[in-house]
Design a protein around this ligand. Structure first.
Ligand code: UDP
Length: 246
């Protein structure tokens, strides 16, 4: 009798995963937690094993946020440059975590720091992704006054990602802060317009507008749930999906 083997086809060919600095800090309020890094690496491996190409944009909020330093009296541009450098530190930590699990990985930086990371090059990033590398984009956009959310949308569009996945600590986008209000309700689907008009604060406005202009879907999900990334790759409707209304 002929045997049939179920083939598991991922929904996406190439993804852009946005990790905030907070995702790396574990239960502490600052810094980098090695066990958290290892878990993130494991989640990425789960997606890669399905044949999905994984690019990352990493934030720096666990170390430095430009706006906070500016509020404390520093010059905004210098503070943002420090913030971008913080994302490079996180990028190095993620590269190390992936290398420890024998995953080929390329760390790129939006500005030149040649002894530490490769300078961002779109074609090279695409080439590396095709070769099975995880590509980490650090240093945000390379420009002050924006955040790594904008970098995620920008790089996602540039590399032709099928979706931007924003990892958060909660289950998706809610109508109120679910940590403070237990009655807050999660949206399953949203249009870009709804995110903007309801001021949902999913990502910064520049990032949402970029995704909208280029028809790049965005899913917000809880990366702390084991296997969540893989489940999304296999088509499960978890978190909140933001895309154009059909
Ligand atoms: N940043 C910047 N330009 C960019 C991306 C980031 O100036 O294109 C700076 C900004 O100061 C920001 C900090 O880097 O506060 C860390 O990034 P972000 O706040 O996006 O980190 P996350 O909140 O995702 O951890």
């Amino acid at each position: 009798m002929e045997q049939t083997t179920a083939r598991v086809e991922p929904l996406y060919r190439r993804i852009l995963l946005k990790l905030s600095g907070e995702a790396l800090q574990g239960d502490h309020l600052f810094g980098i937690d090695a066990s958290k890094l290892s878990r993130i690496a494991q989640e990425i491996i789960g997606a890669q094993q399905l044949g999905v190409q994984v690019a990352l944009v990493v934030g720096g909020g666990n170390l430095i946020r430009g706006a906070d330093l500016c509020a404390a009296g520093l010059d905004r541009i210098a503070a943002d440059q420090m913030g971008m450098l913080a994302t490079v530190i996180n990028g190095l930590a993620l590269r190390d975590a992936l290398e420890r699990k024998s995953i080929p990985v390329t760390l790129m930086s939006a500005f030149g720091i040649p002894s530490i990371a490769e300078q961002y090059d779109r074609s090279k990033a695409q080439e590396k992704l095709q070769q099975g590398h995880v590509v980490i984009f650090s240093a945000g956009t390379g420009n002050p006054l924006v955040t790594t959310d904008s970098a995620a949308a920008l790089r996602g569009i540039e590399i032709g990602a099928d979706i931007v996945l924003k990892a958060t600590k909660v289950e998706g986008v809610f109508d109120d802060d679910p940590i403070k209000n237990p009655k807050a309700e999660r949206f399953e689907h949203l249009s870009y317009e709804e995110v903007i008009s309801k001021r949902l604060g999913v990502m910064d406005l520049t990032a949402i507008l970029l995704c909208q202009d280029h028809g790049l879907p965005l899913r917000v999900f809880n990366m702390n749930k084991q296997g969540a990334l893989k489940r999304i790759m296999l088509g499960e409707d978890i978190g909140t999906m933001i895309k154009a209304v059909e």
